[in-house]
Write a protein that binds this ligand. Structure first.
Ligand code: ARG
Ligand code: ZN
Length: 435
């Protein structure tokens, strides 16, 4: 009998040890729905403590009743946070139980080997590999691709945009695409790489892409926030802002998509450097946003379309996000994103919402899209790519292909629509002697 008891205790002790190990292992992403204003307040507190990372909405300020909150909780505070939610009866479920494992999986597939075939574009890459890829691409297509240095980051990393110009027609219009303004949105740089590769590979093969590239050049900036991107690979996967230190605080970084001069730092942005939506000390205070703004200012006669790639939430966004006012050509822009979303639904059976930022998300001033629009680039867009609802920023590599194809279809749809337009807006500015 005693032996049985000893055995029993021994077995359970073992079990205890095992569960003890288990709770230590992984960070999680919780999906939480506050049902009352009191629960909203508790959640706002939770999301600013315990080293959690708020994924959705972007700021605690935007947490409201009956709207899902996605919160990354690191392994060591997971129990505390879940107890707290339970104690206050706050509805929640685990959206991603094994976040840390998925983070590892996202990094594992990286390889610097340039000749490892087409799957190169269906993996995530370190910043160093992306710089190598930029050099290689410019080198391999000397007559079609040029790497243009548009500026440098706070930590003095170069900002290269690739100019794709597939034929020598004079006075072509152009489209600008930037990726990776927010560091943790890894699918975004992946799209820029994919897009450049697709353009170079399918020119003269895909009819639509050929038609577009015959009439339009592209400027593609694969990583607008290299310091932040580097940081997500080495220190904190959930980092969003750039990495510039701020006066009078130990908090680091400015939200580059709140740093442009479009109703700068009004409702929807924050003057507090410790928030994720810090607007910076003044508009274009950051070298990264200034570099892009300068480039667009000096090329605004040719650049007809502006596009910024983000994730996640599957949205095609048009101006304005910085005011509830309608853009002057709202219905024209709306028609474009509607057609793009319809195409995505038809070909890929995936649903993208679309419309003016302030309408479909919330006020978010200081964004690059609104600023470019006010500069005179009347076809201005922000895309929010996948995830489809489970992984958030941690979209597995196996979903890169699908996400990129959807975004590509939207780019094609919009480019073709713009090409149909009489080029009144931009060409009138160049009107001198009639040609
Ligand atoms: N999630 C993006 C952000 O918070 C939305 C961008 C939409 N455009 C904008 N100008 N806010 O930056
Ligand atoms: Zn973003």
């Amino acid at each position: 009998m005693t032996t049985l008891w000893v055995l029993f205790i021994f077995l359970n002790f073992d079990l205890l040890l095992q569960t003890g190990q288990c709770t230590k292992t992984s960070g999680q992403v919780l999906s939480i729905t506050p049902n009352t204003q009191e629960q909203v307040e508790i959640l706002k507190n939770v999301s600013t403590q315990y080293q959690t990372g708020l994924w959705q909405p972007v700021s605690p300020h935007n947490i409201k009743e009956l709207t899902k909150v996605h919160l990354y909780v690191p392994g060591n505070s997971s129990e505390t946070v879940r107890n707290l939610l339970q104690r206050h009866n706050i509805t929640h479920e685990v959206m991603l139980p094994n976040a840390d494992e998925i983070i590892k999986m996202q990094m594992r597939n990286d390889s610097g080997d340039p000749r490892s075939g087409s799957t190169f574009y269906y993996r995530y890459h370190t910043l160093e590999d992306i710089y190598d890829w930029i050099n290689r691409t410019a080198h391999d297509y000397p007559d079609k691709v040029k790497a243009i240095l548009v500026g440098s980051s706070y930590e003095k990393r170069p900002l290269y945009a690739l100019k794709l110009s597939l034929n020598n027609r004079p006075n072509k219009k152009a489209m600008w695409i930037d990726c990776g303004i927010h560091a943790r949105e890894w699918i975004s740089p992946a799209f820029c790489l994919f897009f450049v590769h697709y353009s170079l590979s399918f020119y003269n093969i895909n009819a639509e892409m050929t038609q577009i590239l015959d009439n339009m050049d592209f400027y593609v900036l694969p990583v607008m926030n290299p310091d932040g991107y580097k940081y997500t690979w080495t220190k904190n996967r959930m980092w969003r802002k750039n990495r510039s230190p701020q006066k009078g605080t130990s908090c680091i970084g400015v939200d580059l998509n709140r740093n442009f001069d479009a109703n700068w730092c009004t409702t929807g942005a924050s003057p507090d450097p410790c928030t994720e939506i810090y607007c910076g000390p003044f508009p274009e205070s950051e070298p990264e946003s200034q570099a892009v703004a300068n480039f667009l200012r000096s090329h605004k006669e040719s650049i007809q379309i502006y596009l910024s790639i983000h994730s996640y939430s599957q949205m095609l966004i048009i101006p304005y996000s910085c005011t509830e006012d309608e853009a002057e050509n709202h219905s024209e822009l709306y028609e474009m994103v509607k057609t793009a979303a319809d195409n995505i639904k038809r070909y890929y059976k995936n649903i993208y919402t679309y419309g003016a930022g302030a309408q479909i998300i919330y006020l978010a001033p200081g964004g690059s899209d609104d600023w470019a629009y006010n500069l005179g680039i009347k076809y201005s867009f922000t895309f929010e790519l996948q995830d489809r609802g489970k992984y958030g920023f941690l979209l597995p590599p196996s979903d890169i292909q699908g996400a990129c194809n959807e975004a590509l279809l939207a780019v094609k749809t919009i480019a073709l629509k713009v090409m149909e337009k009489p080029q009144a807006a931009t060409s009138s500015r160049q009107a001198g002697p009639a040609a």
